[in-house]
Design a protein. Structure first.
Length: 451
């Protein structure tokens, strides 16, 4: 029954409530960094990853879609401590709070990365990255200073490039440590000495590649402050192309490598090529500014179109499909285990009811019946033999041969018909007389008919 308060308040459906909660979460927490331990990691055939991120007292469901995994250098697994950059969201179909991870790294480097991001945010807010404070690099430097390790590969690469591109320029090396706990103060001291002497037009701050921990001296605030306060323009060439440090953002110019820093500072031998490089740099700056503007406009449009974009629905459907697939796999495993248990039980029952014993009993009974059959056959054969002997004796007693043995004979005419009366033949006929032993061929000389 609806009350007056219920009628006055707006009634939400579950779908609408989940939808608005998701928008509220995503607008309030666009991106967050979260550290924790991975558990319940699953990677279905779709290529997406699903896992929980937990600490000592709580956990949260997470998803990382296939397109963001190419940036990672490690495959996650249960028990791994990681730091993720994620969007806060809600899986509407189940009403579950979740994080959509877009970046992930292991915990050890994650701490340094958080410190890096914190210092970067602080210095950016202070205006240290502002292009307005960056000094222009000389087009034709008269003397170049290099702040790096005098024994590292970076100084050799820089000198090789300078010798090849701009051999006339003198080079002054300000030696310093570039790795370890004491490297940051040493770098600061080298920058201060170079400014105090004021004998160079530009400084190159460089070192070779390494891990985030190896490059950490260039992420120290004291080094950033020394670069920001330097009166001489500084170009940074720290690490490889993919490496970024705080020094890169504060420096007047960032080069992807030490060799690239030397190439940026030195002009080519041809004046025409110098003009071309200037025009190219101008075009690149204009293109970057234009790209930045278009990127901002695109981001604004994407933000307003994201609510109606079918990709979001497709992503949710894909996530639901992955959940159904995982459920189906679990059910299949459960059914397979039940069938295997049933087969084992039937195998045990079959072993108990094996027909070997019954077969042995039937074989014994068959041998007994066979023996009885042989005995009956022997008795019957003896009976038939006795009957046969008796029949033979009777047959012998009534046989004409026995009569012949007593002196009688059998007379047959020339047609082999038995002659029983004398009138059956006439004088001159040939007859055959069969005796007990032998035959007589006779001619009738005289016929006497008896009464």
């Amino acid at each position: 029954m609806l009350t007056a308060d219920t009628e006055q308040n707006e009634i939400y459906t579950v779908s609408r409530l989940n939808n608005e909660v998701r928008f509220l979460l995503e607008d309030t927490f666009p991106y967050v960094w979260v550290e924790g331990e991975i558990s319940n990691f699953a990677a279905p055939n779709s290529g997406h990853w699903y896992f929980s991120l937990k600490d000592a007292s709580a956990q949260v469901r997470c998803a990382m879609f296939r397109g963001n995994q190419r940036k990672l250098g490690v495959l996650p697994k249960d028990g791994m401590h990681v730091l993720i950059k994620a969007r806060v969201s809600l899986y509407e179909n189940r009403g579950e709070f979740q994080l959509i991870a877009e970046f992930m790294e292991e915990r050890g480097e994650g701490k340094l990365r958080r410190a890096f991001e914190a210092l970067k945010k602080k210095l950016e807010a202070a205006g240290w990255f502002d292009p307005a404070h960056k000094k222009t690099l000389p087009l034709f430097p008269k003397q170049i200073g290099v702040i790096t390790s005098p024994t590292g590969a970076a100084i050799r690469d820089i000198l090789n490039v300078l010798r090849r591109r701009y051999a006339c320029v003198p080079v002054i090396i300000y030696p310093t440590l570039v790795q370890g706990e004491t490297a940051a103060p040493a770098i600061v001291k080298a920058i201060q000495i170079a400014n105090l002497r004021n004998e160079c037009d530009v400084l190159i701050l460089a070192r070779g590649g390494g891990s985030l921990e190896d490059l950490w001296p260039f992420n120290e605030e004291i080094v950033a402050q020394a670069i920001y306060q330097s009166q001489l323009p500084i170009i940074s060439g720290v690490g490889h192309e993919i490496d970024f440090t705080i020094a890169d953002f504060v420096a007047d110019k960032r080069a992807p490598t030490p060799s690239a820093a030397a190439e940026i500072l030195t002009p080519d031998s041809s004046e025409l090529l110098q003009v071309l490089v200037q025009r190219q740099q101008h075009i690149m700056r204009q293109a970057q500014n234009k790209l930045k503007t278009l990127t901002q406009q695109l981001a604004w449009m994407e933000k307003h179109l994201s609510q109606q974009h079918p990709k979001r629905r497709l992503t949710e459907k894909m996530q639901r499909l992955d959940y159904c697939e995982l459920t189906l796999v679990q059910l299949q495993h459960r059914l397979l285990n039940q069938l295997q248990t049933k087969v084992r039980d039937l195998h045990l029952k079959l072993h108990r009811y094996t027909p070997l014993h019954s077969l042995q009993a039937l074989q014994n009974q068959m041998h007994l019946h066979q023996q009885q059959l042989n005995n009956l056959m022997t008795l019957q054969l003896k009976k038939y033999q006795t009957t046969l002997a008796n029949a033979a004796a009777t047959l012998d007693a009534i046989s004409p041969l026995a009569t012949l043995k007593r002196g009688y004979a059998i007379v047959e005419d020339h047609h082999h018909q038995v002659v029983r009366e004398a009138s059956a033949v006439k004088t001159g006929d040939t007859i055959q007389v069969k005796l007990a032993k032998g035959l007589l061929d006779c001619r009738v000389e005289k016929v006497e008919n008896g009464k």
